[in-house]
Design a protein around this ligand. Structure first.
Ligand code: ADP
Ligand code: MG
Length: 680
């Protein structure tokens, strides 16, 4: 039992409880009715007129009012696609782009990929016929490279602007610029929250079109005391609601796939043990890597008499609207990328959300009837510990990627680029330094030939450099496989709770003594040898869908290799060259063994630890390269590979000096520890 205290009410515009819920339960609204019921519907004509009269328009409307799904359709119906130009709409999240496109295709009764399509990194589901195109903000960013004036679009909608992702922030500056010399292009900036005024000012006083909100009040509850284990607290709260509260679906906010899976298992298990004592409870997860047919399930209406609980990442905060949510459970955390410009280290960590986020989450409970939000933290903590707003990404993540893209677009003077909120100066400088060390920029800060080739790849600069370096080391086949496997990140190995031992044994069979990158290569190559078999995946505890995605990504990377004229060659007998290629890209991510089996990063002496899942967890090689850092209880290096320090002088002579790579304890160490002469 968790004790909650009711604190305040999030006021609604509709105070009276309407019998909405049972009505929805009785009949599934048909699509036309559903469209007409959205808050934006009565403003259709007014909206179209506003677009006709203004080149730039800011749209503000509460989540679920129909901005993302309806606006492109309204514009299409009003003739904005007549001269064979498209309506584009950006989304910060992959899942949202796919799911919304599917929904709109359904509403327009067309096949997804025909008139309505989407494009995300490594996946283009559009055709010649596409007139409404949803895409991630990163994808539009890349489209600027091939079509700098966005000539094929009549309207561009920058949606979910309030999310302030790095790509969206940079798009603001880019679209503002082209709007000046393309007076026929309509620009819509759409936001769920109160930032509209700020966007309006940035776009030279563009008018704001407000869609009046429509929300039922939400009662907010806090826990009496802090909860030590919020996953467990979520499970208990769900069961508590299920047992004591009237029907209505529950939305739980968790930070990622792992947490969602854990929570799902715990809940399934406890519900099973309760047996027929409770009503039916449908447990549905939603996160970025979930296959789209599974994602679609969250939108299916709950069967009468049952209750649905959706376990979601903060994708459900504003990007996706799930109807009929009455209860929200909010542990108050989200996963965020953090970049330390002092140490140059970037890592993914779980952090407390902001007050603005907490209120967005609570708001999700009041769409169809009065709702309740259970916060798994104290009222004191809300008041004193949460920041007011989430810091925009541009001010907290590594800008290497963004800077490379801007340089490739010919924007040289980044200090004077029109940013909505400029990034910290030191972050910008660090990105420039990094690109210089990678060889993408020359000492005047201009793009080099290598940099131009790097910009062709929709991956971060380190990976692009690794891929390009495979030309020199004659192992492009292997490196492209490794790159593809790293891009599907995390979800390769399947580890069901009831078969952990089997799964771990299966995983160990792939382990390569050189490190995890090579283990991933083993997985890929063996799968390929099985003729990409599903059965093989099943037997080896490998996630088939992830492998399929890796294969797709790989194909695209191979296509890009052809574009930059790199031959695909294989070098299987020797892993030194493969590891050198990796080092040529990731030489920033080097750690060396120090006393007591700990690791320290070379440049900044930060303590880091090998992730327990790694093939090298018990090996402790002297020099390591890591793919990424994940901060949980400490900084863990995920995906590590053993390297030799002298390679660093070979691949990054601008960055490393002989002296800092000398090891003071070298002479005392037995020769076998370094194992620097190993070949496979
Ligand atoms: P906004 O962009 O203003 O937040 P949306 O246009 O995303 O609003 O949502 C409008 C309605 O469309 C919501 O009621 C939501 O339930 C429905 N909807 C959106 N995506 C889907 C989907 N993939 N499947 C079913 N319904 C959806
Ligand atoms: Mg939306």
């Amino acid at each position: 039992q968790i004790e909650f205290i009711q604190a305040l009410k999030l006021p609604g515009t509709k105070e009276k409880k309407e019998p909405q819920l049972t009505e929805v339960e009785k009949k599934i609204m048909d699509i036309e009715e559903c469209k007409k019921s959205l808050p934006i519907f009565p403003f259709r004509d007014e909206f179209i007129n506003a677009v006709r009269e203004n080149q730039v328009l800011i749209i503000e409307g509460e989540t679920g009012s129909g901005k993302t799904t309806q606006i492109p359709q309204y514009l299409h119906e009003a003739g904005f696609t007549e001269d064979s130009k498209k309506i584009g709409c950006t989304q910060p999240r992959r899942v949202a782009a796919m799911s919304v496109a599917a929904r709109v295709a359904q509403e327009m009764r067309v096949k997804l990929g025909n008139e309505v399509g989407y494009a995300i990194r490594f996946e283009d589901c559009t055709s010649e016929r596409t007139v409404i195109k949803y895409m991630t903000d990163g994808t539009l960013h890349r489209e600027f490279l091939s079509e700098p004036d966005l000539q094929s679009y009549s309207v561009m909608i920058i949606d979910e602007a309030h999310e302030r992702t790095l790509h969206t922030d940079i798009l603001f500056g880019l679209v503002k610029d082209i709007a000046r010399f393309r007076p026929d292009l309509k620009l819509l900036i759409s936001s769920a929250t109160l930032d509209a005024q700020k966007f309006s000012e940035f776009f030279d006083g563009a008018p704001i079109f407000r869609i009046p909100g429509r929300r039922f009040p939400v009662d907010i509850y806090y826990t009496k005391a802090p909860e030590a284990d919020y996953i467990d607290a979520c499970v208990v709260s769900v069961l508590q609601i299920h047992a004591t509260q009237p029907l209505g679906d529950i939305l739980v906010f968790l930070t990622g796939q792992e947490e969602i899976e854990t929570c799902q298992e715990l809940l399934t298990d406890r519900v099973r043990r309760l047996g027929s004592k409770v009503k039916e409870l449908l447990i549905l997860p939603v996160y970025a890597n979930l296959p789209s047919d599974m994602q679609a399930k969250i939108f299916e209406p709950t069967p009468p008499g049952a209750r649905k609980v959706v376990l979601a990442t903060n994708i459900a905060e504003t990007s996706l609207t799930i109807d009929n949510i009455i209860y929200v459970i909010d542990p108050g955390f989200a996963k965020q990328n953090h970049f330390n410009s002092r140490t140059g280290m970037e890592s993914l960590m779980v952090v407390p959300i902001s007050k603005a986020s907490a209120n967005q989450r609570a708001g999700r409970a009041g769409r169809v009837a009065a709702g309740k939000c259970f916060r798994l933290y104290t009222a004191w903590s809300y008041k004193h510990e949460l920041e007011d707003n989430t810091v925009p990404e541009i001010q907290r993540i590594n800008l290497g990627n963004a800077v490379l893209m801007l340089k490739a677009l010919g924007i040289n003077d980044l200090v004077h680029f029109d940013f909505l909120d400029p990034p910290p100066h030191e972050t910008l400088v660090l990105a420039l330094e990094q690109l210089y060390a990678l060889g993408a920029l020359n000492h005047h800060g201009e793009l080099t030939k290598l940099g131009r080739r790097m910009a062709e790849f929709p991956v971060d600069p380190m990976m692009a450099k690794m891929i390009l370096a495979s030309e020199k080391y004659k192992c492009s086949e292997e490196i492209v496989s490794i790159g593809a496997m790293l891009s599907v990140n995390g979800a390769i190995f399947y580890r069901p709770k009831d078969k952990i031992i089997h799964a771990d044994t299966a995983r160990k069979n792939f382990n390569h003594p050189g490190g995890d990158h090579l283990s991933l290569l083993n997985v890929y190559n063996q799968w390929k040898d099985s003729d990409y078999s599903t059965q093989w995946c099943y037997e080896n505890f490998i996630q088939y869908r992830s492998m399929k995605r890796a294969r797709d990504v790989r194909e695209q990377l191979v296509g890009l290799m052809q574009r930059v004229e790199i031959e695909m060659v294989s070098n299987v007998s020797e892993t030194v060259d493969i590891r050198k290629s990796i080092t040529a890209g990731y030489f920033y991510h080097i750690a060396r063994l120090s006393k007591g089996g700990n690791y320290k990063t070379v440049k900044h002496n930060q303590s880091v630890t090998i992730h327990p899942n790694s093939a090298l967890f018990e090996e402790l090689p002297r020099w390591l390269l890591y793919h990424e850092l994940v901060f949980t209880t400490k900084e863990f290096m995920r995906q590590v590979v053993e390297i030799e320090s002298k390679w660093l002088l070979e691949v990054a002579p601008h960055y490393y000096k002989q002296k800092e790579l000398e090891d003071p304890t070298n002479k005392k160490m037995p020769k076998t520890v370094g194992r620097s002469t190993r070949t496979e």
